[in-house]
Structures are given as C-alpha cells and as structure tokens.
Design a binder for this molecule. Structure first.
Ligand code: 5GP
Ligand code: ZN
Length: 117
C-alpha cells in the first residue's frame, strides 16, 4: 500500500503535517522525533506505508536495508558515529509501537542503558 489514510507518518511524507526533516531521498524520510528521548532522536521511515516490521515482506528487504543505511547516515550527520548511537524498531503495541508506519528510531548523544526497559 502506497499511503494509508489517517496515518500520521504518511501525512508527514506528503507534507500535510509539518516535521523537522533531517534527510530525505526517493525511498526514505528522516525527521526529528516530536518527543525526543535523547539529544539526538530522529525517526527514519519509508515513503510507502508499511505498518510494522511484522508486515514487511520479501519485497521489502531492500527497503529495510536502506532504512538502516539512512539511520547510520543520520547518526553520522548528527555527530554520533564515533561515540555510538542506537537504532530501535518497536514492533507491536506490547513492544511500545504507537505509530503503525514502520520507523527506525535513531538515538544518541547520551549514555544509553542496556537492556532497554
Ligand atoms: P513508537 O512508539 O511507535 O516506536 O514511536 C513513535 C514515535 O513517533 C514516538 O517517539 C513519538 O514521539 C513520535 N511521534 C508521534 N507523532 C509524531 C509527530 O506528529 N511528529 C513527530 N516528529 N514525531 C511523532
Ligand atoms: Zn503510513
């Protein structure tokens, strides 16, 4: 599915909702999280609507790889490549997914505890 009505991240891709974009290309958009959990907190999303990692199919393999490469690029642009950063994909409500358009969190700029809560 290309876009989904009432999907907040599809609306960000379409420019219908404002976001502070830090990167975009033909397949992906990255923007700052509205409720940052670290000094660097960006979200990398595909332009096309994929609800979650659980909904990604074989045809999405290259796209998933691309999202991770964009995440690394965003982290580097934010100056986090040397100190380290975390990429997170929450999948399903039980894991904390609240927006059902797949997104990679890029978190950095502070010490990150492990295991996550
Ligand atoms: P999840 O909980 O699904 O893993 O992550 C969703 C993230 O999207 C949350 O960190 C939340 O702060 C962020 N978010 C939700 N709505 C918006 C929005 O309208 N704009 C931006 N920039 N971030 C949003
Ligand atoms: Zn969407």
């Amino acid at each position: 599915m290309a876009t989904q009505e009432n999907c907040i991240f599809c609306k960000i891709v379409a420019g219908e909702i404002p976001a502070t974009k830090v990167y975009e290309d033909e397949q992906a958009v990255a923007f700052r999280d509205i409720n940052p959990q670290a000094p660097t907190h960006a979200l990398v999303i595909p332009r096309t609507h994929v609800a979650s990692l659980d909904d990604a199919g074989e045809s999405d393999e290259a796209l998933l790889g691309h999202l991770l490469r964009v995440a690394a690029r965003v982290a580097a642009d934010e100056g986090q490549a040397e100190t380290g950063y975390r990429t997170v994909i929450n999948t399903g409500a039980g894991a904390g997914q609240s927006v059902f358009h797949i997104h990679v969190h890029v978190l950095g700029g502070r010490r990150l505890a492990w295991p996550p809560g």
